[in-house]
Design a binder for this molecule. Structure first.
Ligand SMILES: C[S@@+](CC[C@H](N)C(=O)[O-])C[C@H]1O[C@@H](n2cnc3c(N)ncnc32)[C@H](O)[C@@H]1O
Length: 296
């Protein structure tokens, strides 16, 4: 599929999840970019030095967000290589395109696409995704599209969150907010299945096998992440994004009426966390999943 066909397919068939990313989450992600990108980077930095990428490779970055990993990959493949970043969210793509231009990186391009529907059908040497695949409503379809974007024998790496218990930076605030507000209902508006949908090792291996990969391996990465520059930044972040943010958003007027009590309880819980010179730090844990597209 060409870039134009891909953009047309994605735009004419936006799913409710893609609309949610564009309309609800994008402004919140932009506001808390300083927290999100720094935290997520801890997990990709742990594997970047050992990624199976060499000079001259063609690389696809799926769910590339603000484009920082695509730009790093573009530096790894050098001027004779090429990186394409795909995301379903216009505002992130705009930021990524401008950032690459400002940095004078010319071997990276960004395009709109829904990975569950289609990805560029060129033969990439390597496909990468940092914290994008857990949002696929149909994970096998998305993972299969990523595999089909690879040349035979090409490699992929995607990074996803491990279980809730090892990710208090995402789960702790939800537990606090649930003391005041109900769980979101079945019809809650969401960005997809959510951060822990690929946390189970056995389930992920079955998904990868069903998508046609071989040699799937999971490596655990633990990293402390910044959740805010100070307590009020951390509270605002938690009530905007992630599982706590979803509970708060879905409760609507009731959440606003209880905002003072909820913020006070969150402040108490956040004050018990580690405080560094940069702000509030909490534990996080990911799987780095690597696999190969079989040679037929
Ligand atoms: C948690 S963010 C991670 C962004 C970036 N990879 C990073 O690590 O900073 C998830 C990203 O996946 C994108 N995304 C979610 N579902 C997608 C889909 N079906 N197709 C393409 N992008 C998708 C979102 O727009 C968002 O940019």
């Amino acid at each position: 599929m060409t870039a134009t066909e891909l953009a047309t397919a994605a735009q004419s068939e936006d799913s409710a999840f893609v609309e949610f990313w564009n309309e609800v989450l994008a402004p919140k992600f932009i506001k808390f970019k300083h927290v999100l990108v720094d935290g997520l980077t801890q997990h990709s930095e742990a594997v970047f030095p050992s990624l199976p990428v060499k000079k001259g490779d063609r690389v696809l970055d799926v769910g590339c967000g603000f484009g920082d990993t695509a730009i790093k990959l573009a530096k790894l493949v050098g001027p004779e290589g090429e990186v394409v970043g795909v995301d379903c969210c216009d505002a992130f793509l705009e930021y990524a395109t401008k950032d690459a231009a400002d940095k004078g990186i010319t071997n990276v391009s960004f395009m709109r696409g829904d990975a569950e529907i289609a990805l560029p059908a060129e033969e990439f040497d390597f496909v990468f995704a940092r914290f994008g695949t857990m949002f696929f409503a149909n994970p096998v379809a998305g993972l299969r599209n990523m595999r089909k974007a690879l040349r035979p024998g090409g490699k992929m790496v995607h990074i996803v969150w491990r279980q809730r218990a090892d990710n208090p930076w995402l789960s702790m605030a939800k537990d606090v907010v649930l003391q005041f507000l109900p769980q979101p209902g079945e019809d809650a508006l969401t960005c997809g299945p959510g951060p822990f949908s690929m946390s189970n090792e056995e389930t992920v291996k079955i998904m990868m096998k069903s998508a046609g990969y071989e040699d799937t391996e999971l490596r655990r990465v633990d990293a402390p992440v910044l959740v805010g520059n100070d307590v009020s930044d951390a509270i605002a972040f938690q009530l905007a994004i992630g599982p706590a943010g979803e509970v708060f958003r879905e409760a609507g007027e009731k959440a606003e009426q209880m905002r003072d009590e909820i913020e006070a309880a969150l402040a108490e819980a956040i004050n018990r966390q580690k405080i560094s010179a940069d702000g509030i730090v909490m534990d996080s844990s990911s799987w780095v999943i690597s696999a190969t597209n079989p040679v037929q």
